[in-house]
Structures are given as C-alpha cells and as structure tokens.
Ligand binder design. Structure first.
Ligand SMILES: [Zn+2]
Length: 251
C-alpha cells in the first residue's frame, strides 16, 4: 500500500515549460486534500530539516535536543511533539505515520492496554510498565480494547474524501475542480497558448518521493505541478543545480 503510485495526466506547454493543468483521479485529489490534515510536526519531519521552509526545523531540532530533565514526560512528550498522530493512511503517498510505533498490538491488531498490577483504579495506558498514577506500581496488567474504532478509521480512509466517478482538474497552483468537457476548452483558452502545437499530454506517476516533493513545493510556490514534474527538464536544459531551481522566484 505504502509504495502505491497514482498516475496523473498532465497537459504541458512544452514551449513555455509549464504544466497547464492535470487530469486527476480521486486518489490524487484525496492525497492533496489529506495534506491539510498533516500536523506541522509531521510536515517538518517529512521534509527533513534542511528542506523545511522557515524556522520550524530549528524548533523541531530543539525538542530533539532538549534534555529529558526539562520535560514532564520525556518519552511521551517528545513523541507527541515530533511524531504527532497524523491521520495518514498508507496509500496517501506519504510514509505512514509512526504514531502506532509505541503501542504494542495484539494478534487482532488492536493496541494493548495496561492497568496497574494491583488494579487500584481504573486507569489504563498504552505505555507498558508506566508507574501507576495512584500507587506508583507498574502498569503491566494487560487489558483488552474491544470494539475499537481503528476498523472504522481504516474504512473511511479507504473511501477517502471525494467521489471516484468523476475526473478532476488540478491547476499548477493546486486549484481543484471537477472536470467537464466545456471547462477544458475554457481552461485552454484562458492560458492564451500561442502555439497549440506546443501542447503535450504526459502521464506521470506520483509515488512517495514525488508526494514529498509536492508537499514541499506546495508550501513554497504557486507552480507546484511544474516544479515537481518538469523540474528535471529544467535542470537539463539550463544546466543548473537543483538547489538553484528550487530557490528561483518561480519556486
Ligand atoms: Zn495502582
């Protein structure tokens, strides 16, 4: 699932080296919409520190480097901040969130919960052997979570957000609309393409690598599709490094 790819049909103006728009299926639109649900901590981690825009990487790094003595619950706090639970299902073309890493799961796939060994209260925790808040004994008595909502969450993320029967158009600046024959004609005329023979259709695949590039570009520029899918062409043509392309004013 995590390695799944989504294909996208681009309409390219080869002369101007730009993507006019893309025809996209439901999967790509769900991927785009899902970007809005990512916690900033997750975005910072996905883009890695060097690629992150602004100063958030420093903030992220500060939390990584802050000694345990300054945190109320070192392990939990660091996880909460640096690996926030993201509603990221695999299949959304980004690495799956690691929010479940610190939960042991049992054979039925539900997380194990633990109670105080002397069961002095009704508190439960995901963190095995945590000190009981009332008696300070280890919370290592496993209890079972039943009727869990994970199944429900999986079902709804399998469905995604938008309906699948329609094809959508995505503009270079990520404006999304359902597609119709009339709108395509209107769109093309809006671009004032001088030479229609320079229009090309190209089918591209979007995998995890492109997914992350797209996320980065969406934070930085208004010509996201061009910068993600035509970037290599630009480098070849102009013989300049990738860094310069990314820092240039278009992106
Ligand atoms: Zn207890």
């Amino acid at each position: 699932m995590a390695s799944s790819k989504v294909s996208l049909k681009l309409l390219i103006d080869a002369k101007e080296d730009r993507v006019l728009f893309a025809e996209a299926s439901k999967e790509f639109i769900d991927f785009l919409f899902n970007l809005l649900r990512l916690p900033v901590g997750t975005v910072t981690r996905l883009l890695t520190k060097n690629a992150m825009v602004g100063c958030l990487a420093k903030l992220y790094e500060s939390i990584e480097n802050l000694s345990d003595v300054y945190l109320n619950n070192p392990e939990q706090d660091r996880n909460t901040l640096l690996r926030p639970s993201a509603p990221l299902a695999s299949g959304y073309l980004l690495p799956a969130a690691n929010d479940d890493d610190h939960h042991d799961t049992n054979s039925s796939g539900t997380p194990n919960l633990y109670m105080c060994t002397s069961r002095c209260n009704y508190a439960v925790t995901y963190v095995k052997d945590m000190a009981c808040p009332s008696c300070r004994r280890r919370m290592s008595y496993a209890v079972q979570l039943v009727g869990n909502d994970k199944k429900v969450a999986e079902d709804s993320s399998a469905k995604g957000f938008v309906k699948g029967v329609v094809t959508y158009t995505v503009m270079d600046d990520l404006e999304v609309r359902p597609m119709s024959a009339i709108s395509i004609v209107t769109l093309i005329s809006k671009f004032k393409v001088k030479d229609v023979s320079s229009l090309q259709e190209r089918v591209v695949e979007l995998g995890m690598e492109e997914g992350i590039k797209l996320l980065k570009a969406s934070l930085q520029c208004k010509n996201v599709l061009t910068s993600v899918f035509l970037e290599k062409d630009n480098i070849k043509k102009q013989g300049i490094s990738q860094e310069i392309v990314l820092e240039s004013e278009t992106c």
